[in-house]
Design a protein around this ligand. Sequence first.
Ligand code: A2P
Length: 363
Amino acid sequence: MAIVTVSEENHLEEVNLPKSYRVAILGATGAVGTELLQLLDQRQFPLADLKLLASARSAGQTLEFQGSRLTIEEVSEKSFDGVDLVLASAGGSTSKQWLPKVVAAGAVAIDNSSAFRMDPQVPLVVPEVNPEAAATHQGIIANPNCTTILMAVAVWPLHQVQPVQRLVAATYQSASGAGARAMEEMKAQARAILQGETPKTEIFPYPLAFNLFPHNTPINEQGYCEEEMKMVKETRKIFGAPDLRITATCVRVPVLRAHSEAINLEFSEVFSPSRAREILSQAPGVRLVEDWQANYFPMPLEASGLDEVLVGRIRQDISHPCALELWLCGDQIRKGAALNAVQIAELLVAKDLIKPAAALVAS
Ligand code: A2P
């Protein structure tokens, strides 16, 4: 924004002020929504206004932001009037219903759901990997699946040096991936089991406390669940590598909020663990965590609340001369969802890719 001021010498001068944006969080009461709220504050996102949107269930409740209590509104046709940027994390059907209205209102949406991720018109962005894709947006930018983001941050720096030929992943996914109510359900199950009671299941199909089960998304005709296919298809789109061979097994584990992944990477030539360590120790968004003597490596408890993806146990695959094994943990709510979305928003701000709604109305 430019304003005209009068200088000490009485000359008129145009001064460029940093822009600020009217932001709405759709799904503000959820696990990711509340994290978005914290991140906008912690990272001092240039806010002109902040609107909190959720379902009728939460309308009228308040959430604290920068010392004030903001009232949650039920999302409606008018919610996006005068809004520049919408950070959406309210599930796929809510995004499908409302994001076209966000775009029609002239705002930009960063969507945490899977609704638009594979749409060829919609960029799928991990800022450490493909920031340039954000510039191609036509109103909606998709935030990838959480396990995919964490894996992409760790694998991309290696893929840049030697293209990965084949990737085999096994995931250990926390309750948070299924939302705030799922986290509460797992805690309640743990309390029930410890008291000798039968655990209740509403969100998850089976008890998660003291248990684990293959990811409960629908299974396709090849036997892969949706979560596994998200890792396959989204990684290919983010890397711009449509033929990359990927397979994954996704498992839900009784951890509250950080995901872990065991990843095997096959290259066409030998990739030494020491070279991989050197590259990853300098890679953006990655923190190397390895103490071989102490058998100390990334753990979900230690990754919780951190911005970085923790990577360790980098070793040569003894079954293949050109393959590496690695282990990672990353905060699913933060880098796996809310932080990645806010980083995309920061990219848009830095490149001036958000058109304030008022400008659109005036033009
Ligand atoms: P609400 O709390 O009013 O149900 P999580 O992923 O942690 O379960 O959070 C989901 C978020 O999406 C919550 O903020 C929830 O709001 C919101 N949400 C779910 N369904 C809708 C809907 N139909 N319209 C608007 N917000 C919704």
